[in-house]
Write a protein that binds this ligand. Structure first.
Ligand code: ATP
Length: 239
C-alpha cells in the first residue's frame, strides 16, 4: 500500500527555488533514506511530508489524502499517524525526562509501557534529569523515545543519529528496525552517514539540483557497480 505519493513537488523561498520537481513514493514498511548535500532541500522535503510546511506546485498524497485540499479536521487525524523528530529539538525546559514521557504518553493516549521505553532506550540513569540539562545526544534519544510512544504508521526523522556516539547510533537503529519489522511502519529519514543508508535503508532518494536525481533501492545501486553507497554519493554529487 502506498503511504506517500509525491508528484512534481516544487518549493521556493523567495526567489530561491529549492525543490524543482521532486517525485517520490513510499510503500508500507519501507525504510527510505533521503540524501543530498547541505542545503539540497532535504529538511524542506521532510517538513512538507510532515504537513507542517506549504509548497507551491505539485501533488502530495499522504495516507491517500491530498494534503492541499484536505479539511482541517481530517488533516489532524492524519497527523496522529505520523511521528516526527526534528533538529534541533526543544522540549519543555522545566520537565524531567520521566515527566516528559508521561506527558506525551497521556497526550498520544499511548498503550506503550513507559518502563519498557525507559529500559529500551537506556534512560534509567536520566529519568530524573531535566531535559534541558541533558547532552545533545541524550536529548536526541529522549526525542526519539517520545516519537515511538505514539506507535506511528509513519516515522519521519531529520538526521536522527547526528551527534550520537557509535553505541547510541546502533541502539537507535536497532529500535527503528525493530519498530519497522514488528509494526510494518514506514520510516523516512535524512542522514549524511552513507554507511547507515547502506546498512539499514531499503531505498535511497538523492536530491540534487532540486530534483530526485536518483530514487532507487540500495541493492540496485550496489549491484550497478558501486563498491559502497558512500562511493555512489561521492561520484554522483559534485561539491
Ligand atoms: N524558512 C526558510 N526561509 C528561507 N530559506 C530557507 C528556509 N528554510 C530553508 N531555507 C533554504 O532552503 C535551502 C534548503 O534548506 P534545507 O534545510 O531544506 O536543506 P538540507 O538539505 O536539509 O540541508 P542540510 O543538509 O544542511 O541540513 C537552503 O538554501 C536554506 O537556506
Amino acid at each position: 500500500m502506498a503511504i506517500i505519493d509525491v508528484r512534481n513537488l516544487q518549493k521556493s523561498y523567495g526567489n530561491n527555488q529549492v525543490l524543482k520537481g521532486v517525485n517520490f513514493q513510499a510503500q508500507e514498511g519501507e525504510v527510505i533514506g533521503v540524501i543530498g548535500k547541505n542545503g539540497a532541500g532535504k529538511s524542506t522535503f521532510l517538513e512538507i511530508l510532515m504537513t507542517i510546511k506549504s509548497y507551491d506546485i505539485g501533488t502530495v498524497i499522504v495516507f491517500d489524502e491530498d494534503i492541499k485540499s484536505i479539511p482541517t479536521n481530517r488533516l489532524e487525524q492524519l497527523r496522529q499517524n505520523i511521528s516526527v523528530v526534528l533538529q534541533p529539538t526543544q522540549f519543555y525546559k522545566t520537565l524531567k525526562v520521566g515527566e516528559l514521557l508521561k506527558l506525551f504518553k497521556a497526550y498520544y493516549q499511548s498503550p506503550v509501557d513507559i518502563e519498557k521505553i525507559i529500559a529500551d532506550f537506556k534512560l534509567e540513569a536520566h529519568r530524573k534529569k531535566y531535559f534541558d540539562k541533558l547532552s545533545g545526544g541524550w536529548k536526541q534519544i529522549v526525542s526519539l523515545a517520545i516519537a515511538f510512544l505514539s506507535e506511528p504508521k509513519l516515522l519521519i526523522l531529520d538526521e536522527p543519529t547526528t551527534g550520537l556516539d557509535p553505541h547510541m547510533r546502533n541502539l537507535l537503529w536497532s529500535y527503528i528496525k525493530n519498530y519497522n519489522d514488528k509494526t510494518g511502519g514506514t520510516v523516512i529519514l535524512t542522514t549524511h552517514n552513507m554507511d547507515e543508508i547502506e546498512l539499514y535503508c531499503d531505498k535511497v532518494m538523492l536530491i540534487n539540483n532540486g530534483v530526485n536525481e536518483v530514487f532507487e533501492t540500495t541493492e540496485n545501486i550496489l549491484a550497478s557497480g558501486y563498491k559502497s553507497i558512500n562511493a555512489f554519493y561521492l561520484q554522483s554529487v559534485s561539491i
